[in-house]
Design a protein around this ligand. Structure first.
Ligand code: F6R
Length: 372
């Protein structure tokens, strides 16, 4: 199917209608998305000043990054950037409790944008009881209050934004803290950020609201997926983390269902789900998140994509999106950024405000009223 037409999208014109976008985007999610490169620049300055003031500490035997939703993604991205070079395990935890192995030799990074997420506060207390070295990344809230009282270092990031639109503030200090005690490759550590931010700045120009649908791949992907059930397949490694990020962004921004998986695991179970897919729902759309290096560096992964595409056949529309750049940092951030833009444009096609998260707000307020 052409990326420029989708019979399920009655009003693609909204994507190029700046006034309609202004009305739908009441809280400015598209402004924040377009300004992401600048956020990364600010975050790099905050992170390097914070890390330079950290007291000297012994090398940890493991790193646990604990957080939820938009505040966990910085941990996922850090772990995938560090995967090839880190000589200690880096684990991302999304729960009230930390794994049983944590102790005084563990570095725990508690990440909560608001500083008030109850699972993260509980995990922080668990880390304190286990005698872990704790560092917090937050805009304030109860997490900053507890950490200040305990003398744990807090990297304070600017507040007032949705956490999922604060990935620069959540990722870059987390990565800098990890890099301060674990050796990372040059193309995935903080020194790779400058070139990545340059690429993101160029992406922002190419994918922003002023570039019309005909020339804008982010708008084209949103249009292609409209009215369909998106299934994001990361081809391996960091693309698996990004498949989950794309899914979360389509859930929260576009208020639509989406699914995610990663190869090679997908090939061992979910591949068979395509047999019955059409009897379960009609409008599937698969997006493969790819890295140009996989064609030469991991030809067996490239072959898996080719065969999987044949197995899926005409049961779903199929699309491929490709990371840009040479360093791992550039490829990871550019492929994430395309999904951020696409999910915001998908919200406009759905006629919804990308910032609103009524269901999450209701859940948090009901739990806050509950005792115990
Ligand atoms: C909202 C969002 C959510 C939150 C999550 C945890 O934009 O992305 O997934 O990130 O509910 O809240 P915080 O980040 O404040 O700890």
């Amino acid at each position: 199917m052409s990326l420029h037409a989708n019979p399920l999208a009655p009003t693609p014109g909204v994507l190029d209608d700046l006034e309609a976008i202004r009305i739908l985007d009441r809280s400015g999610m598209l402004d924040l998305t377009e300004a992401f490169p600048q956020q990364c620049r600010d975050a790099a300055a905050i992170a390097s000043s914070f890390v330079s003031q950290l007291p000297p500490a012994a090398k940890p035997t493991q790193v646990v990054i604990t957080g939820l939703g938009g505040s966990a993604i910085g941990g996922d991205l850090t772990a995938s950037l560090a995967a090839a070079s880190a000589d200690v395990p880096i684990v991302v935890n999304r729960d009230y409790d930390l794994p049983g192995f944590v102790g005084p030799q563990t570095l725990v990074i508690a990440s909560s944008y608001s500083g008030n997420t109850e699972e993260t506060l509980s995990a922080y207390r668990h880390a304190r009881e286990a005698g872990c070295r704790i560092v917090c990344v937050t805009s304030g809230g109860e997490l900053a209050r507890m950490a200040d009282a305990d003398g744990a270092p807090v990297c304070r990031i600017p507040g007032g934004r949705p956490p999922r639109a604060s990935t620069g503030y959540l990722l870059i200090p987390t990565l800098a803290v990890v890099a301060s005690c674990v050796a990372l490759d040059a193309d995935s550590g903080p020194e790779a950020l400058g070139a990545a931010i340059e690429l993101l700045t160029d992406c922002s120009r190419r994918w922003g609201r002023h570039v019309p649908l005909a020339d804008n791949p982010a708008k084209q992907i949103a249009l292609a997926l409209h009215g369909r059930i998106p299934v994001f397949y990361g081809t391996q490694g960091y693309r698996g983390v990004l498949a989950v990020r794309w899914k979360g962004q389509f859930n929260e921004n576009a208020k639509s269902h989406a699914f995610a998986n990663v190869l090679p695991e997908q090939n061992h179970n979910e591949i068979l789900g395509w047999d019955q897919a059409r009897t379960q729902a009609q409008n599937w759309s698969v997006v493969f998140l790819r890295d140009p290096l996989e064609l030469t560096a991991t030809p067996r992964i490239a072959k898996r994509v080719e065969v999987l595409r044949t197995v899926i056949g005409n049961k779903a529309d199929q699309h491929e999106v490709w990371a840009e750049g040479t360093t791992l940092m550039q490829r990871l951030l550019s492929l994430m950024y395309l999904g951020d833009f696409a999910s915001v444009y998908a919200a406009f096609l759905n006629g919804v405000d990308p910032t609103a998260i009524a269901g999450i707000d209701l859940l948090k307020s009901e739990l806050a009223r509950m005792e115990g």
